[in-house]
Design a protein around this ligand. Structure first.
Ligand code: HEC
Length: 224
């Protein structure tokens, strides 16, 4: 039993609360500022609970990250954005609660900043869970090239004779793509194993270097 990991996994549930609550707070502020509506005092309460939810998501996210399995760079950027969401939420709460004058421009700017940070944090978090290619997987080619991805590859012709099949491209890659790369990709390499490309497969995972020759011989014997 690992109590830190037990609580850490609730990050995936709790993270939706700051998204909903802080987005509501920011949109209400922008709406009131743009359309000259009277601002309800309830908005302060929404900012407060949004900040609490963001802080909770940060703490649980940190607990989850101690379990490893994610690339350090991916964790770092998601964590940095997550902490900035929580800090901005606290600043917004204090600012709107205690401010004496109402500047519509400042209100709109702060609320837009909060929305931008929320989207960025969510985006980097989702990249870690679903892989960086998830959003562009079914995108048209012009969208893919616009955001720096290769255009879709032509589908490989169906195999008619098994001797003509490319072992990796026709047999192994479709299986890994369907079953494995959601957890073993560039951003999230569970067991330090990246099955998204041939280099990663050849490199192996965290136990790759602990396999002695005798074990490899035994393994190839089993395969035969
Ligand atoms: C739901 C997520 C998930 C999926 C899907 C998944 N794995 Fe894993 N895999 C893991 C985790 C987590 C570990 C690390 C386990 C550990 O370290 O105790 C792991 C470890 C491994 C390892 C050991 C790496 C090492 O060197 O320690 C291999 C090999 C592996 N997976 C192969 C596969 C293959 C092949 C598939 C697809 C058929 C697959 N995995 C699908 C989560 C997943």
């Amino acid at each position: 039993m690992d109590i830190i990991q037990f609580f850490g996994r609730f990050h995936v549930l709790v993270l939706h609360l700051p998204i909903g609550i802080l987005m509501l707070a920011a949109l209400l502020e922008i709406h009131c500022a743009l359309f000259n509506k009277e601002r309800s005092k309830l908005c302060n309460l929404i900012w407060f609970w949004g900040a609490i939810a963001a802080i909770s998501a940060c703490i649980l996210g940190y607990m989850l990250s101690t379990g490893g399995g994610y690339s350090e760079d991916a964790v770092f950027i998601h964590m940095a954005f997550g902490i900035s969401v929580a800090s901005t939420a606290i600043i917004c709460w204090l600012f709107f609660k205690f401010k004496k004058t109402t500047s519509k421009i400042l209100t709109t700017l702060l609320s837009c900043l909060q929305l931008f940070l929320l989207f960025s944090t969510g985006h980097y978090g989702a990249n870690m869970t679903h892989g960086e290619t998830y959003l562009v997987e079914h995108a048209p080619n012009f969208v893919r090239t616009l955001v720096g991805f290769e255009p879709h590859q032509e589908p490989r012709p169906p195999i008619t004779a098994i001797e003509d099949a490319d072992i990796y491209l026709d047999l192994i890659r479709p299986i890994f793509k369907a079953n494995c790369i959601s957890c073993h990709n560039d951003a999230k390499a569970k067991g330090k194993l990246n099955l998204a490309n041939i280099e990663g497969i050849n490199k192996g995972g965290k136990t790759a270097n602990t396999w002695g020759n005798s074990q490899l011989e035994k393994a190839s014997y089993i395969v035969e």
